[in-house]
Design a protein around this ligand. Structure first.
Ligand code: HEM
Length: 256
């Protein structure tokens, strides 16, 4: 669902979505790809760049619609149209950033609620708590670890860092900081003040956060209207992976 919405924003028709999925989306579904961020970016990026987007861009130049791609093609920066390569890079960034983020968050949410009956029962009885619960689950299970290249030699907390090195910052450590959050290591689904940075901070803060919140709300509330009782399948193991963090296997069962 979430990939489908992202592709439609970028102007894909049903048919070009199928081709795009075959070349660019399927490779990242493999667990090894999830662990290796560089391999993942290559596996998705190269086909995504050459597959459907260049043809779509040509089409939209001739016949613009009301999609995001047409909007970006018409945009100007300092009076100049945006260069073709920058538009392709923008499409790739949008695609990669929205590819499996909401799906990953959904698996953490379902894992938490499958293993915390009190929280699940309360949300089923009081669905008006979904917005605060979704924020709290975003805070507690923040899976994104942004990376930055260091521009000049520096030192943080006694650790020397050289210009040109990469640093990775797991957002979850900030989001569980007891100096900011009371009972930081507990999920409190009706937490009132929640200044988390699961969507990042600063100029690169997530462009899709409103869409992500909406998708999470719809998916979680509709699931629980239909399937209020579920659990981890007995005798199975839930598998989590690092790299681009996420849950690779979440076997759930419910009664029908
Ligand atoms: C639960 C879902 C999501 C989470 C937790 C999330 C989180 C993040 C984070 C932490 C960043 C900042 C990365 C950095 O600082 O390097 C980011 C950037 C971004 N996100 Fe999301 N994201 C989500 C969903 C989405 C969706 C659905 C889209 C688009 C359809 C999207 C589009 C973007 C884009 C384009 C950027 C780059 C912004 C920039 O560099 O200026 N995200 N996201």
């Amino acid at each position: 669902m979430t990939i489908d919405i992202g592709q439609r924003l970028l102007g894909h028709s049903k048919q070009s979505q199928l081709e795009f999925n075959r070349q660019a989306v399927e490779p990242v579904r493999y667990r090894d790809m999830q662990r290796n961020v560089t391999a993942r970016a290559k596996a998705v990026g190269q086909p995504a760049q050459r597959c459907c987007q260049p043809q779509l861009i040509q089409q939209r130049r001739v016949e613009p619609t009301d999609d995001m791609l047409s909007y970006v093609l018409a945009a100007k920066i300092d009076g100049e149209p945006i260069p073709e390569q920058d538009i392709l890079d923008f499409c790739l960034l949008m695609f990669m950033a929205g590819l499996d983020t909401v799906a990953t968050q959904l698996t953490y949410n379902l894992w938490h609620l499958a293993t915390h009956d009190d929280d699940r029962h309360r949300l089923v009885a009081e669905p008006e708590l979904w917005p605060s619960a979704i924020e709290e689950l975003l805070r507690f299970y923040s899976f994104v670890t942004p990376g930055r290249k260091v521009m000049k030699d520096t030192e943080i907390a006694g650790c020397p860092i050289k210009a040109g090195q990469m640093v990775y910052m797991p957002l979850v450590s900030a989001n569980r900081d007891p100096r900011e959050f009371e009972n930081a290591d507990q999920v409190i689904i009706d937490r009132e003040v929640n200044r988390h940075i699961a969507f990042g901070a600063g100029p690169h803060r997530c462009l899709g956060s409103h869409l992500a919140r909406e998708e999470l709300f719809i998916a979680m509330s509709m699931w629980h209207e239909r399937i209020p009782e579920y659990r981890i399948a007995p005798g199975t193991t839930v598998m989590e992976h690092g790299g681009q963090m996420g849950i690779s296997s979440l076997p759930l069962v419910w009664d029908v």
